[in-house]
Design a protein around this ligand. Sequence first.
Ligand SMILES: Nc1ncnc2c1ncn2[C@@H]1O[C@H](COP(=O)(O)OP(=O)(O)OP(=O)(O)O)[C@@H](O)[C@H]1O
Length: 360
Amino acid sequence: MAKITLKNLRHSYYPNPKDPADFALKEINLDWQDGGAYALLGPSGCGKSTLLNIVSGLLAPSDGQILFDDQDVTDLPPDARNIAQVFQFPVIYDTMTVYDNLAFPLRNRGINETEVSTRVTEIAQMLDVNDMLQTRAANLSPDNKQKISMGRGLVRDDVNVVMFDEPLTVIDPHLKWKLRSKLKELHQRVKATMIYVTHDQIEALTFADQVVVMQEGEVVQIGTPVELFERPAHTFVGHFIGSPGMNVLPCELRADAVYLNDTKIEIEGPATTTNAQTYEIGVRPEFVTIADTGLAATVHKVADIGRHSIVEALIGEVKVSAMVQGDTPQKGDQIYLNFQQNQTRLYGDGWLCSTAKGAK
Ligand SMILES: Nc1ncnc2c1ncn2[C@@H]1O[C@H](COP(=O)(O)OP(=O)(O)OP(=O)(O)O)[C@@H](O)[C@H]1O
């Protein structure tokens, strides 16, 4: 397995790109450590597949380098990069048995049959497919076909990286959670460098130790699931991760403090406010409470989602969501909202610019 480094990577599908919008990848610099579990998370069109294809060698970047263990592989073709890839749809041979499908990548490398048998049995056990080893792949359900596809990606222990491209797309929703946790368990046992590409925050946060969040061809934050939830570096991350996402509220910066609709808002700590054009407050619905005093608001909508309700209220014209347990107000009620100060942050032009009290 290898450490993977992306250096000043840019890519445009146009022959003569001029402005930043012409680049599908704007400027990517990152390190994926040997043996780490990473997710590449972002909405459709943010550049995930482009990045994956550049790492696997299917696409040559317009600029920059890809290094595996500090060796430049930018000009190497896919088959010289020693990568295993699991795609959205199962890639297996229908006419072969499950055993032969799993054995294929090993036999292809000239591995002897004793070793093949050991590895196939091991992977089959990890994936709970031992009882299907002699079944012809054509007779498997789509879920099991994808499991075998994953097994083919994981069966070799000499690859530099295993890449998953939205691998749970074809899996039935009720089986998804099973395979998600299975993949996490597999990573802990196999200890391979794994990159998991998805637009689904739950898949990314369950699988990865570190999540790379992308937006419009740029990496906006790399962090653990907890870091992304607790300290989004950008309003996009705050809004994209969480259900519902972080409230992003336009505010005004006056000499002494931050104001929302003429009401002073206490934020987590000091802010670096230099030359941003627009400022916003970011606070997650989990940290907005209904109280006896505070920001005056009118209830706009209430959604009961089981253990709690999401109350959407209007402060003037600004919409704020609060996650409420217990008694909930009704549409049209006048209420007061409080923001938990240590979870209320300031963003300038989208980027986090406040720091927690006492933080260096
Ligand atoms: N072959 C291509 N030619 C021109 N533009 C392309 C090509 N492939 C992708 N793009 C553009 O590059 C940008 C990034 O696309 P990419 O497929 O990498 O995003 P993605 O995050 O993987 O999205 P999805 O999840 O929908 O595949 C998009 O604006 C897309 O329209």
